[in-house]
Design a protein around this ligand. Structure first.
Ligand code: AMP
Ligand code: MG
Length: 399
């Protein structure tokens, strides 16, 4: 049986980037830029007034007794005005283009306005309250680089340079497949010996959150049916994320069928808990992650293997945090142990993780009060409070 690290290396070796695709910028959040983004003009594109007040020619200002009669009013969104008489001022609004003949803006709060004009009450610095044309970026300079995972703040930049659509790394099309005769749909009332499918919906919801298109399918535990349905699904999907049917049971047909279809097995069974019966393989451009069916096993494998594979395929980043163990943990088998844990930040600024095992890998509810998996390596049995371990969050903890 191979180790989790060997398994991860095999999974990553099979990952390759897909061609970029063009998507609407408003839909691009969470996707990875596949092109550099350039300034379409100088930034800012004109001398932009940053305060509501008056624009003056600084040379005309002596002291607080200087009176500036108002020559005109300049709203934002109007063509640039010109100050004709340098001893006058123009009332000017935030976002307006600085009038020709002026070089300084004084905000209303620092003015005394009367019928005759405006006096300035506070000391003035030449050039104040102006965001100068081109002072942030010159035309054609690179603003965002290919490879960046697009966040809401980046959509600002895309929009400002007029990119209504953008090239992003293509995400694979994923079929999420449950298998097992004991499983019924969410809206069915299960018989006493049945359960509802749950983990496939968890996976497909998470994929949806990551901008990855997916669809759920279900296989009965019938070898020939699995064979023909899988063949059809493979025509339309790049990746199969499966759950169930990969253990030693008499009706666990998935590995056999994958073999018959011509998949090359990367490995079957990894020295870990939960998730040991994981089967992974590829056939040309197609990839199959066949996870064991218990929801916690499925989740552990998804986090450890599928997300890094997706990271290599699309460039999306799934950080692994380093956290401090808050209490001793004993785990005797020489397997990598993925323990559910919650984390909290303490006054020393570090994150501490506390393990809550729940009732094993079939306990569907326990993960909902946890934040992610701690990874305990197989070489040791006792993991001591204060030691540092990898932590894979179930979801982006900083949203
Ligand atoms: P298997 O990996 O097929 O041996 O299934 C292991 C356990 O996980 C069994 O108790 C299944 O009933 C359960 N299981 C399998 N698939 C799912 C699923 N989609 N949702 C929830 N539980 C499942
Ligand atoms: Mg099964």
């Amino acid at each position: 049986m191979i180790s989790t690290e060997e398994a991860l290396q095999l999974v990553l070796a099979s990952a390759s980037k897909l061609d970029p695709e063009n998507v609407a910028t408003t839909q691009a959040i969470g996707r990875v830029l596949a092109e550099d983004i350039f300034a379409d003009r100088q930034m800012p594109p004109f001398d932009r007034v940053t305060m509501d007040g008056i624009a003056i020619c600084f040379a005309s200002y002596q002291d607080e007794t200087t009176l500036f009669p108002i020559e005109a009013v300049g709203p934002a969104g109007a063509p640039q005005l010109t100050l004709k008489d340098a001893s006058y001022c123009i009332e000017i609004m935030t976002g307006a283009s600085l009038p020709k003949g002026t070089d300084t803006v004084v905000r209303y709060e620092d003015l005394d306005k009367s019928e005759a004009g405006v006096r300035i009450l506070k000391p003035v610095r030449k050039g104040q309250n102006i965001h100068w044309k081109g002072s942030d970026h010159s035309e054609n300079s690179i603003l965002l680089k290919a490879g960046l995972e697009i966040k809401a703040i980046d959509i600002n930049v895309l929009a400002t340079v007029g990119k209504s659509s953008v090239n992003v790394m293509k995400s694979p099309k994923v079929a999420v497949i449950s298998s097992g005769d004991e499983l019924v749909d969410i809206d069915h009332t299960p018989a006493e010996y049945q359960i509802r499918k749950s983990n496939v919906h968890m996976i497909s919801a998470r994929l949806n959150q990551l901008g990855v298109e997916s669809k759920c399918f279900h296989f009965k535990d019938k070898e020939e049916e699995i064979f023909s349905e899988m063949t059809t699904i493979l025509d339309q999907y790049d990746v199969l994320v499966m759950s169930g049917g990969v253990s030693k049971g008499k009706f666990d047909f998935i590995p056999e069928v994958l073999d018959r279809i011509g998949f090359k097995k990367g490995f079957h069974k990894v020295a870990q808990r939960p998730g040991k019966p994981f089967w992974f393989g590829t056939k040309e451009e197609k990839t199959v992650f066949a996870f064991p069916g218990n929801p916690v096993s499925t989740l552990a494998c998804f986090q450890k293997y599928f997300l890094p594979w997706l990271e290599k395929t699309t460039g999306q980043v799934f950080p692994i945090l380093k956290v401090v163990l808050s209490e001793d943990v004993l785990f005797k088998p020489s397997l990598t142990y993925y323990a559910q844990a919650f984390i909290e930040q303490k006054s020393d600024g570090r994150f501490y993780a506390t393990v809550s095992h729940g009732n094993g890998s079939g306990d569907i509810v326990n993960p909902s009060s946890m934040h992610g998996f701690l990874e305990f390596p197989p070489e040791k049995e006792l993991f001591k409070a204060g030691e540092i371990f990898d932590f894979r969050p179930f979801y982006p903890i900083y949203k």
